[in-house]
Design a protein around this ligand. Structure first.
Ligand code: PRX
Length: 656
């Protein structure tokens, strides 16, 4: 980025003055504090932001690196921190959640009510036999029930694993089996864009696939009330489970390292991995980043549009804002129903002051607004907004500018937050009252996070030169392990190439030559980011070849897409002659449906191309870098001298 095309958006003096981190000097002071006394810094914040039942005496235990422990001898409860202490602190009547359903119905709960509901469910879970350390899978749509389910697990020390409602029965089954969950919390249906979609029916299917013997009970929330099958002795309506349960439930005080949740995410190889998070360190960073990155005050109305099935929904819906006693919006549905003005109308109706969403949503709403003034942000009163956020994928400068100008009225800072399921919370992000913004850059590390860009040997590269993004020191909310696979954890995140000393994020990055600002250049592994959803190309390939009657071989790559960031492009060799025309279309549809069944609709390739073969080296290795060019419909400029069958590139270059 040259100076000429770097446009800085600096916080106004008023924005800086009122913020928790007020100005760059305040930011630098925090960075310096962490550098001078790393453990002292995190220890201070852990005491300030978290209520401990038993105080910790040691901040960081590195004796079994990279299996780091934070605040290990401290005891706490996450649900106590999010609910009871707000009620005890006088916020019992404050609105905790404003829920807006797909059809627009609004339900509000106060902190007292949320605590009540959480305690009753916690008692119900205990009555169903769930104990500290057990795993509970939650497969539910966006709802207050979803948040209550997570909080209730935390309250009794059960480890929750939320599975996004868009995953298929097969994916759900795999996750249930891997966690060994004792109980599942679901709902009869979910409603998205006016359509009723099954949840309980998919749970039934998942359990029928086998391998889920650990599951004793399924609790079912009534959402649609439409008929579903209930299995005697296993399935219990939530209302029946809650009947007669006391609204007081003593929190289970757990060790700081106790696993609060497992969340499955895709890697470059193999099946999705169960990212294990702790209670103490995770909750600290959830609360701290909500406070500093969003500058969340008592008077704010915070809205993170993510689903609780993803990490963003965990940290910035269920834990962070509640730990701070904030008021937040939870919404069910999609941004384009009943029309593409839904977000803007909700901001107007609920006087949202902090709004956090994904670039894909912004890009699709830009398109809609440009063709229909009625759903343009200017048709709504968005004057309540003061801070905007972006998450999940790079935000292109044009979308950033539009978001800034049309949604933020040119006055709201945009925090472009870089982080991952594994990091638990923000890693590189502007702070709204401090950091001058550059569209397209996530700017600087959160105070205390020591990010760097290195080469293959782990040596830091000069600013202005691209490289591999790493984190030099452990931090409180980091992934603790991969559930049931500590070796994979070590290999994936603390590889030998870096002598096991650096956390490997899996992204490339470049720092601005002058400012040192970070720009994320995209994944350096075989992980795709489609509409902010993370997917492994290997998973999609496995799903394709599992269609054994049709598919002989498949290779999946990503290509840039204007709306979804990246799009999935699959190259398939069939067990029968290469189809063309309508036949190719029909088979492509069949394969897409197959993938939806194996993984979920989010993994459906946008583009499927058939070939007689795939480009391979003489030793039989598929040359994916060539496929990436073909997917982009670019001329292949790379060296193809090692390619066994160069003519195949022309064939694959023709869209079906
Ligand atoms: O590639 C980066 C991208 O999303 C990946 C993490 O995905 P996931 O674990 O699903 O978590 C998403 C929500 C935090 C990263 O490795 N990513 C996330 N945020 C940004 C980003 N890329 C660029 N800019 C961001 N702000």
């Amino acid at each position: 980025m040259s100076e000429a095309d770097t446009k800085l958006y600096t916080p106004t003096p008023e924005q800086a003055q009122g913020a928790y981190v007020a100005g760059m000097e305040a930011y630098q002071a925090l960075v310096a504090e962490a550098e001078a006394d790393y453990e002292g810094y995190w220890g201070r914040l852990a005491k300030e932001l978290i209520s401990w039942k038993q105080p910790f005496t040691q901040v960081l235990d590195s004796s079994n690196a990279p299996f780091f422990k934070w605040f290990a001898d401290g005891k706490l409860n996450a649900s106590y921190n999010c609910l009871d202490r707000n009620v005890e602190g006088g916020k019992g009547d404050k609105t905790a959640i404003i829920f807006e359903a797909d059809g627009g119905e609004v339900t509000k709960v106060t902190y007292s009510e949320l605590l009540d509901r959480t305690c009753r469910l916690a008692n119900a879970l205990k009555a169903q036999g769930v104990q500290k350390g057990d795993r509970v899978v939650i497969y539910i749509a966006m709802s207050i029930d979803g948040v209550v389910a997570m909080q209730a697990c935390a309250r009794i020390g059960a480890t929750h694993s939320v599975v996004f409602g868009g995953f298929s029965a097969q994916s759900l089954r795999d996750r249930i089996e891997d966690t060994g969950a004792k109980l599942i919390i679901t709902a009869d249906h979910q409603v998205r864009g006016g359509k009723q979609l099954p949840l309980k029916g998919i749970v039934d299917e998942a359990l029928a696939l086998g391998g889920c013997d650990s599951v004793a009970k399924v609790l079912v929330v009534k959402r649609s009330g439409a008929g579903i099958a209930m299995t005697e002795g296993r399935d219990v309506w939530m209302d029946d489970a809650l009947a007669g349960q006391d609204n007081v439930c003593e929190p289970e005080w757990v060790e700081a390292e106790h696993p609060l949740f497992l969340l499955y995410t895709s890697g470059s190889t193999g099946k999705p991995k169960g990212v294990q998070h702790s209670t103490g360190g995770y909750l600290l960073h959830a609360a701290l980043t909500t406070k500093w990155t969003f500058d969340l005050k008592d008077s704010d109305v915070f809205w993170c549009t993510a689903d609780i099935g993803w990490v963003t929904g965990h940290t910035y819906i269920t834990y962070g804002p509640l730990a701070l006693g904030g008021t937040e919006i939870v919404f069910e549905g999609v941004p384009t129903y009943p029309d593409a003005g839904r977000f803007w109308k909700m901001i107007q109706d609920h006087k949202v002051s902090i709004f956090y969403t994904a670039p894909t949503a912004i890009r699709s709403l830009i398109k809609a607004a440009e063709s229909n003034e009625a759903v343009h942000p200017k048709s709504y009163d968005l004057s309540s907004l003061r801070i905007l956020g972006s998450v999940g994928e790079p935000i292109n400068p044009a979308a950033w500018e539009w978001y800034h100008q049309h949604v933020g009225g040119g006055r709201c800072p945009i925090v472009d937050t870089f982080w991952q399921t594994e990091t638990g919370g923000h890693m590189i992000t502007p702070l709204p009252g401090a950091t001058p913004l550059v569209p397209g850059s996530c700017t600087l590390p959160f105070p205390g996070i020591q990010a760097a860009v290195v080469d293959e040997t782990g040596k830091e590269v000069p600013w202005g030169q691209g490289g591999i993004l790493v984190v030099k020191k452990p931090w409180p909310s980091m992934i603790r392990t991969i559930w049931g696979d500590p070796e994979r954890f070590k290999k994936s995140y603390y590889p030998e190439d870096f002598k096991g000393q650096l956390y490997l994020a899996g992204d490339g990055a470049i720092r601005d030559e002058k400012t040192g600002y970070f720009t994320i250049t995209g994944r350096i592994d075989d992980v795709l980011n489609v509409s902010g959803h993370r997917m492994g190309t290997m998973e999609i390939e496995s799903a394709l070849v599992s269609c054994t009657e049709l598919v002989a071989e498949a290779a999946v790559v990503g290509r840039p897409d204007e709306t979804t960031g990246e799009a999935i492009c699959a190259f398939v060799v069939l067990k029968r002659p290469r189809p063309t025309g309508d036949e190719a279309k029909a088979i492509a549809k069949q394969l897409r449906d197959h993938i939806a069944k194996e993984i979920g609709p989010i993994a459906k390739p946008k583009d499927i191309r058939f070939g007689d073969n795939l480009p391979k080296t003489r030793s039989g290795k598929i040359m994916r870098r060539l496929l990436r060019s073909v997917a982009k419909n670019e001329a292949v400029t790379q060296d193809t001298s090692t390619l066994e069958n160069p003519a195949i590139l022309d064939q694959l270059g023709q869209a079906y």
